[in-house]
Design a protein around this ligand. Sequence first.
Ligand SMILES: Nc1nc2c(ncn2[C@@H]2O[C@H](COP(=O)(O)OP(=O)(O)OP(=O)(O)O)[C@@H](O)[C@H]2O)c(=O)[nH]1
Ligand SMILES: [Mg+2]
Length: 237
Amino acid sequence: MRALVVIPTYNEIGNVGKIIDAALGVSEITEVLIVDDNSPDGTGAAADNMAKSNPRVHVMHRAGKMGLGSAYIEGFRYALDKGYGYIFEMDADFSHDPAEIPRFLEAAKEADVVIGSRYVDGIRILNWPLKRLMLSYFASVYARTITGLKLCDTTGGYKCFRREALLKLDLSRIHSDGYSFQIEMNFLCQKKGLKLKEIPIVFSDRRAGISKMNKGIIFEALAVVWLLKIKSILGIL
Ligand SMILES: Nc1nc2c(ncn2[C@@H]2O[C@H](COP(=O)(O)OP(=O)(O)OP(=O)(O)O)[C@@H](O)[C@H]2O)c(=O)[nH]1
Ligand SMILES: [Mg+2]
C-alpha cells in the first residue's frame, strides 16, 4: 500500500527540497504532496522542479495563503482520490523528523489514526522559548479538559491516517485552521469511534524560515473547543 505525506507550505524555500528528499528516503512506499499557497519565495516552483524528475513528488498550487486546515483538507481529498492507503500530515520545517515515518506506519497497522505526541511520557520539545512551550502545553490541557479528548497532545500536526479513517469523516464540514484544525480532526475521529494512538516524538523548532505563529491562531483555538463541545452536546457533529 502506498503512503502520501501531505506537506502544506508557505515560504519554505529553505526547507522544501530537503524535506521532500527526506520523506522519500525513509521508505519505498512514501510519496509526497506539497500543497503550496503561492509562496512569494518560490517554494511552489522549487517543488515543481523536483516533481518533473520524480514521479513520487506531487504538487498542488493554490491561489494564495488560505490556511493550514484547508490545505490539508484538499491534500486529503487528493490522497483519497488517488487511492493511497496511508495519509500523513507533516510540517515542511523539520519540526517533525521524517525519519519517524516508518514508526508511524508500523503503529498504523493497529490503529486508525497515529498521532506523534510531544507530551506522552514526558515533554519532548527542542529549542522553543519557554513561553511557547507553555502555550502549546496548556493549549493541549485546555482542549483535553473541555472536549474530553483522550490524548496528551491534542494540537500536534504530525499524524498518519489510515485511508478508511479519513473516509469516515465528512471533510466538507471542517473549517478550522492552525491548532484548532488538529483539535477538530482529533475530536471528530474520537466521535466516530476510531482508534487513536499516540506515539512519542521529539519536536524541534523550525530549521529555516520565519515563524507563522500568530495570536489569531490562539484565539481561534480557544473558541473552537467550545464550539465542538456545544455541537457535540446538540448532536450536530
Ligand atoms: N499551504 C499552506 N501552508 C501553510 C500555511 N500556514 C502554514 N503553512 C505550513 O504549515 C506548516 C506548519 O506551519 P508553521 O508555520 O511551521 O507553524 P508552527 O510550527 O506552529 O510555527 P513556526 O514553526 O514557528 O512557524 C509549515 O510547513 C508551513 O509552511 C498556509 O496558509 N497555507
Ligand atoms: Mg513549524
